[in-house]
Design a protein around this ligand. Sequence first.
Ligand code: FAD
Ligand code: FES
Length: 250
Amino acid sequence: MKRSYRKGIIPSNIQIAPNIYEMKLATCDPGFGFKGKPGQFYMLRGWEAMDPFLARPISISDISNGVITFLYEVRGRGTHIFSKLKEGDVLELLGPLGAGFDLNVKGKVALISGGIGIAPLIYLMKRLGNNMDFYCGFRSVPYYTDRIEGKVNNIYITTEDGSVGHKGFVTELFIPEKYDTVITCGPTPMIKTVVEMCKEKNVPVYVSMENRMACGIGTCLGCAIETTSGMLRVCKEGPVFSGEEVIFDD
Ligand SMILES: Cc1cc2nc3c(=O)[nH]c(=O)nc-3n(C[C@H](O)[C@H](O)[C@H](O)COP(=O)(O)OP(=O)(O)OC[C@H]3O[C@@H](n4cnc5c(N)ncnc54)[C@H](O)[C@@H]3O)c2cc1C
Ligand code: FES
């Protein structure tokens, strides 16, 4: 199926924490609403000239009435440009892309996020329903935790500087054997630790990988990672993988 970039218009793009922004996008095409399931992502281009050349992958953080929400951290040139966009500005986006999370998980679920890895897990939390604990780790100022409170059994917040919640890493609070399924997204060292902890206790774990991407649609192979089934593309076979199959660098 041929896919092409669509235009989206911005109803709001606001800073919610240092370097962290929430951007909403409504469709510019009558009769079209944004779609996608938790774990899928869109390639976003907020610039008219081909500079920067590549669009940037950002996860779906929510979709409501066809309006899509993205939560993003300003890291470099692309996300800096996003942060300067204003209400009424138009950007181009392609998606939904990738294979999302399995929504048929049973039993007690732990969602574990590190930093901006909270973005896809918020949408997943909304779609999974109940019987979940949410562990979210931040460097300093937490964000989006107000959307979690009251929706899960327990929320565990950690900050590296101790400004809110437990001082330290989120993996210091996590007890894998309490859960039937664990789902995680965040920095690779955190994901790797969560996977090792789950493997040790034989608890199924799913990871959402955030590798650098070029095409986002499976053609350039730039995002491939090593797995027990060979090299797999994060943008096509992923970004969600079973933690057991990903081979992490030492
Ligand atoms: C499937 C997927 C979903 C993602 N979802 C989100 C999301 O919901 N919110 C969000 O803020 N970010 C998300 N990311 C990461 C986001 O795509 C990058 O942060 C963004 O492309 C950086 O673009 P830039 O131009 O601002 O930075 P660049 O100038 O390209 O890079 C700036 C710095 O960020 C590092 N960097 C760039 N891309 C990545 C990456 N993918 N992972 C880790 N470090 C990177 C670079 O090494 C460099 O140090 C996702 C990535 C993937 C693959
Ligand atoms: S980014 Fe091109 S194959 Fe994944």
